[in-house]
Design a protein around this ligand. Structure first.
Ligand SMILES: O=C(O)CCC(=O)C(=O)O
Ligand SMILES: [Fe+2]
Length: 190
C-alpha cells in the first residue's frame, strides 16, 4: 500500500522522473528541524566570478558526506523520511538557506560528474514555501511547483540531462526557507 498516495508525477522518465510528495513530515517537526538546522550550522557565504566581478551566491550553503556530518543535527531523522518515499544509498547532504525572497538559485541542472548514475537527488523543504520552476531543456511549458515545508521532491539522475530547475526570486517576503538535498556521490569527489 502506498502510504504517501498524494505523490505528484511532474516529469516522467525510465528512472522515476521528478516526483513531489507534499506532506511527508508533520508541520511541527518540519518547523523544529528548520530551527535546529538554521541555528546549528555554520552556514557559508560563497562567492563566484561573474564576468569581470566576483558576486556573492544568493543563498547560504553547507554540505557534508553523511558519514562526517556534525552530530546533533536532525539529518538522520530527515534521511529516514526521505528513505520512506525515495529510497537510495544516499551518502552526501547539501543544504541551502534562502534568507528572504531575494535569495534564489538560477535555472540549472545538478552536476552529475560526482554522482552515481541511476540514483535520484532528493530534497526536503523546510521553513517558508517557495516556488520551484522546472523546464525541459528541449523547450515546452514551465512546471511551477510550490515546495511546502515538510515536502519531498525527488529528481532522477536521468532528469538532470533533460530538465533544469531553479528557485526564482520573489518580491513577496516569504520568510526564510531551507532545502536539505540528499545525493549518492562517488568515492572520489571534490
Ligand atoms: O532549494 C531547492 O529546492 C533547490 C536546490 C538545488 O537545486 C540544488 O541544491 O542544487
Ligand atoms: Fe539543483
Amino acid at each position: 500500500m502506498d502510504l504517501f498516495s498524494s505523490v505528484l508525477q511532474l516529469v516522467d522518465d525510465a528512472e522515476g522522473g521528478i516526483r513531489y510528495w507534499p506532506d511527508v513530515i508533520p508541520a511541527d517537526l518540519a518547523q523544529a528541524w528548520f530551527d535546529a538546522l538554521r541555528d546549528g550550522i555554520a552556514w557559508r557565504q560563497m562567492s563566484r566570478p561573474m564576468y569581470d566581478r566576483v558576486v556573492e551566491v544568493p543563498r547560504l550553503l553547507a554540505s557534508w558526506r553523511l558519514a562526517s556530518a556534525p552530530v546533533g543535527l536532525p539529518l538522520p531523522e530527515l534521511l529516514a523520511h526521505v528513505q520512506d518515499v525515495a529510497p537510495a544509498p544516499y551518502n552526501a547532504v547539501g543544504l541551502n538557506l534562502y534568507r528572504d525572497g531575494r535569495d534564489s538559485v538560477a535555472m540549472h541542472n545538478d552536476k552529475l560528474h560526482t554522482l552515481i548514475p541511476g540514483h535520484p537527488i532528493t530534497l526536503v523543504s523546510l521553513g517558508a514555501p517557495r516556488q520551484m520552476n522546472i523546464r525541459a531543456r528541449a523547450g515546452g511549458k514551465l512546471v511551477r511547483i510550490d515546495l511546502q515545508p515538510g515536502s519531498v521532491l525527488s529528481m532522477s539522475h536521468a532528469s538532470q540531462l533533460t530538465h533544469e530547475h531553479g528557485i526564482p526570486k520573489t518580491l513577496r517576503d516569504p520568510g526564510p526557507r531551507m532545502s536539505v538535498v540528499f545525493r549518492v556521490r562517488t568515492e572520489q569527489d571534490e
